[in-house]
Ligand binder design. Structure first.
Ligand SMILES: Cc1cc2nc3c(=O)[nH]c(=O)nc-3n(C[C@H](O)[C@H](O)[C@H](O)COP(=O)(O)OP(=O)(O)OC[C@H]3O[C@@H](n4cnc5c(N)ncnc54)[C@H](O)[C@@H]3O)c2cc1C
Ligand code: FES
Length: 283
């Protein structure tokens, strides 16, 4: 857990395995890591939705959601899109190299409050990273939840993250999985072609006793929420994460605020009930 006497002090973690989720200039690479000092696990607890500052010594650190569920023991996963200075430096690293991990930071999805409810996740692109731990947590505790529906889309088929897991969801009955791509020239693609908010309307999940969780680009989130409301979801049934740029990650620097909220400390998980009167939240 964060060292309260010096919250800027990171843990050192060893990269056990890496792989690419997606190709291209903005490729996404997953890092499976373990703490160099394994006794950290004695005090470490995180919940789906929480994040960590991940860094490379001598370069810097950036905020990433922990893309593994706490039900996956003995390692953490981060899925990182190559964007700029820090993420490019992290992408250079391979198994056996070391990174810094400062966390867990922020709040989490209130999965205990959601027990007994149906859950629908609606993700776009790298926005599936904070949803992955929610999905895996629910799958590991399926007796506590109702129906799980996964709605996920990306620009193209190659831009879909976590493809082997998605393939499993498509083959089994317990998770209803619906995929989309914005554009498609592949004749073998037999899923939806179009934007994620349109796929949501095609699937039309019932709002009855259901929580909807959405993560993705702000423009996608905006239209997903509009469509959820059209389907009858109340603001309190809709949750999302905000990913404003951050510096300290612990409510000290004021870099990440929207309205009166510090995204790093009060979030990154918010109910739409909280965000609906803050227009800049989805700017
Ligand atoms: C709570 C939270 C969770 C996040 N989770 C993930 C995750 O799981 N995986 C992941 O790949 N990324 C995630 N991000 C985004 C990630 O923090 C940024 O991509 C990263 O900080 C970029 O650092 P950089 O030094 O490589 O880029 P920089 O050199 O700082 O910037 C390069 C480009 O990226 C843009 N950029 C930087 N930060 C952000 C941001 N937060 N949102 C939008 N554009 C940005 C800049 O405007 C610039 O165009 C998350 C951000 C937050 C706040
Ligand atoms: S990142 Fe510093 S206050 Fe949120």
């Amino acid at each position: 857990m964060i060292d309260e006497s010096n919250p800027y002090l990171p843990y050192i973690a060893r990269i056990e395995e890496t792989w690419y989720e997606t190709p291209g200039e903005r490729c996404i690479k997953t890092f499976k890591v373990n703490f160099a000092d394994e006794s950290v696990w004695d005090t470490w607890t995180h919940l789906p939705g929480q994040c960590a500052m991940v860094g490379r010594l001598g370069v810097g650190e950036s905020m990433f959601c922990i893309s593994s569920s706490p039900t996956e023991k003995g390692y953490l996963r981060f899925s990182i899109m190559k964007m700029g200075r820090v993420t490019s430096a992290l992408h250079e690293l391979e198994a056996g190299d070391y990174i810094t991990v400062r966390g867990p930071l922020g709040n989490w999805f209130p999965l205990d409050e959601w027990e007994g409810k149906n859950i629908v996740t609606i993700g776009g692109g790298i926005g599936q990273a904070p949803l992955r731990p929610v999905i895996n947590y629910i799958r590991a505790n399926k007796e506590k939840y109702g129906k799980l529906q996964v709605i996920y889309g990306a620009r193209t088929k190659d831009d879909l993250c976590f493809q082997s897991e998605l393939a499993c969801f498509l083959e089994e009955e317990e998770t209803a999985c619906h995929l989309s791509v914005d554009v498609c020239e592949d004749k073998e693609w037999d899923h939806f072609v179009g934007f994620v908010p349109d796929l949501l309307m095609e699937v039309s999940p019932s709002p009855e006793n259901t929580i909807a969780v959405t993560c993705g680009p702000p423009i996608m989130i905006k239209f997903v929420i509009q469509n959820l409301e059209k389907l009858g979801f109340e603001p309190g049934q809709i949750y999302t994460t905000l990913e404003n740029r951050m510096k300290c990650g612990i409510g000290k620097c004021g870099r990440c605020n929207v309205g009166h909220l510090y995204v790093c400390k009060d979030g990154p998980v918010f109910s739409y009930e909280t965000l609906k009167d803050i227009p800049e939240a989805f700017a």
